[in-house]
Design a protein around this ligand. Structure first.
Ligand code: ACM
Length: 268
């Protein structure tokens, strides 16, 4: 399976420029599954609700969705991307999975980070598995989570327990921990993880914020299959074998799932 990420710097407020950059970086590349950063249509640092209204779009009718659909149909691959979503009078920090037949599935970020709580409604959709079919007819179970969701291990665990083989993780990371922490998310669940981070800064008259790049792809055994650069645009696509994520044995005596002592856990 050809899977990877696209790392770039979305320009705040310029969806057309962001679509153009995505098209250019993807070009004619062959992929089964490509993950893009969080809020890839809009940029991150909102200052007021009118920006949010202007830069958000309905799923699946908006121009960002339409552009990704066109790319997926043409390149015969799947894309997962962060998107600033409008639904009625609410706004969500969302992620979409776009299929090569144009179908779109939505996930809405459950754990909002810092000032995102001012702008976005909390996600209200369950974490679920989306099966994709590769060109060789192999079926692969994928899941989506967004950026700060990483710090709540229940997020990746919920996806893994439902059978996720590849966790797609659009991100706009500002702290230094996640790229290291994803080692644990991958290893403790024996899943592939693809964290697609953005680079650069959003600079506004009322403040600025910098993002850390260094997108990462991890294997179910916790190997870093790729670590991206801090600041370059990159489209990285690797050959991975998703069946590796089906084996939950750690050694002949230990299994990540059957060794769980659920009766002793108290998670709420
Ligand atoms: C984040 O969740 N964008 C840090």
């Amino acid at each position: 399976m050809k899977a990877g990420y696209l790392q770039f710097r979305p320009v705040f407020g310029d969806t057309d420029a962001n679509i153009k950059k995505i098209r250019k970086l993807i070009s004619r590349k062959r992929f089964d599954l490509l993950v893009l950063p969080e809020l890839a249509n809009s940029g991150y640092l909102f200052s007021n609700k009118s920006e949010l209204k202007e830069l958000s779009e309905e799923i699946p009718g908006g121009k960002f969705c339409s552009a990704l659909k066109e790319i997926c149909i043409k390149n015969k691959g799947h894309i997962v991307s962060g998107i600033c979503e409008r639904s009625g009078n609410k706004f969500y920090n969302s992620s979409i999975l776009v299929y090569p037949d144009g179908k779109i599935i939505t996930y809405r970020k459950l754990h909002l980070f810092n000032t995102e709580k001012k702008w976005f409604a909390k996600g209200n959709l369950h974490l679920k598995i989306n099966e994709i079919r590769l060109q060789n007819s192999e079926r692969v179970k994928t899941g989506m989570m967004i950026c700060f969701d990483w710090i709540f291990p229940e997020t990746a665990r919920t996806l893994a327990l439902q059978g996720a083989q590849v966790i797609c993780h659009p991100s706009n990371l500002v702290m230094q921990y996640c790229q290291r922490a994803m080692f644990t998310r991958a290893l403790e669940n024996h899943v592939f993880t693809i964290t697609a981070n953005r680079t650069g800064k959003d600079v506004k008259s009322d403040g600025e914020i910098s993002f850390t790049g260094q997108s990462v792809i991890l294997s179910p055994r916790g190997n870093y299959l790729f670590k991206g650069s801090k600041s370059r645009d990159e489209c990285v696509i690797l050959d991975i074998d998703p069946s590796e994520a089906l084996n939950k044995n750690i050694n002949p005596q230990n299994n990540l799932y059957s060794d769980r002592r659920k009766e002793f856990y108290k998670l709420h």
